[in-house]
Design a protein around this ligand. Structure first.
Ligand code: PDD
Length: 275
């Protein structure tokens, strides 16, 4: 069961107009929520980010936050979803292709859920990455459609036989194709500051809270790809990847080339937030 334009529908009954500005312009916003035990994880934080993105791109949400959450929870119930994700997308609506905001169009909400298992193998065994220039725009803090640079980066990683890409602007590490990046050096946790160059990940925020609670010093400051290569540990954070260790970047081992102890402590604490 999907939700589209104010009703619950089967996927095959959804009719999407080619005039949806999501197609022409990628003119829309989205969120990806995690569902553990039938419950949306960190729903308040996701809704706050959705509202902020909507307001920054001047798109009015078709329902209140509570209204949207009610729809998402009904979807979870209709689909008997226990473990998975919910995808929510809102486009600026349908209108013949023209750059100005349409005057008549109503925003269109699409939501559906998918059964997705936790990626336990990579969470435990780690992944490898390659570095690539971050060619995205300057509002990476907004969760908008238009993911072509992210897709190209991810595909480059896969073409190199690795799972993820570490994006950098002139040598400064920003984040990954669909996750944030953190590194540990001399027991200190480093991650790019939450400014316009990265998405302010919900998982990132949870991990920083856990680090404070564990008395792990945190520095939200930029670092270079060379500093990343010299780190003791590195990992990515995200709704679908949780906390996944990065063991190798550009063919070079990070630290011992195995998941580090700080990463593992954070992983254990992270699991306790939903288990
Ligand atoms: N991506 N950075 C980028 C560029 C992302 O696309 C994401 C999430 C994150 C992590 O954010 P969070 O912890 O809130 O999931 C960081 C989602 C999952 C996606 O596009 O599928």
């Amino acid at each position: 069961m999907y939700f589209y334009k104010n009703q619950f529908l089967h996927k095959q009954d959804i009719q999407i107009s080619p005039d949806d500005r999501g197609y022409y312009f990628g003119d829309g916003i989205y969120e990806v929520f995690r569902v553990y035990n039938g419950q949306i994880y960190e729903c308040g934080a996701h809704m706050q980010r959705l509202e902020r993105t909507a307001s920054e791109v001047r798109l009015s949400l078709p329902h209140t936050s509570d209204g949207i959450l009610t729809i998402l929870n009904k979807l979870i119930q209709h689909n008997s979803l226990v473990e998975g994700t919910v995808y929510l997308q809102i486009t600026r609506g349908e209108a013949p292709r023209a750059h100005p905001f349409p005057t008549q169009a109503e925003p269109i909400l699409l939501a559906y859920c998918s059964e997705v298992k936790r990626p336990l193998a990579s969470i435990h065994n780690g992944i490898q990455a390659v570095t690539q220039p971050d060619i995205r725009w300057l509002r990476c803090d907004l969760k908008t459609l238009n993911l072509l640079p992210n897709i190209l980066a991810k595909q480059t990683a896969l073409d190199h036989g690795v799972q993820e890409v570490v994006l950098h602007r002139d040598g400064t590490v920003t984040e990954c194709s669909a996750s944030n990046l953190m590194m540990v050096r001399d027991q200190v946790l480093y991650t790019h500051p939450a400014n316009h160059l990265i998405l302010h990940g919900i998982t990132r925020a949870v991990v920083l809270r856990l680090a404070h609670a564990l008395h792990i010093p945190v520095k939200e400051e930029p670092f270079t790809t060379e500093q990343l290569l010299q780190a003791d540990e590195a990992f990515i954070t995200g709704t679908t990847v949780e906390i996944t260790p990065i063991l190798q970047v550009d063919g070079q081992s990070i630290g011992t080339g195995t998941p580090g102890s700080t990463t593992q402590r954070l992983q254990a604490e992270f699991e306790r937030t939903f288990l």
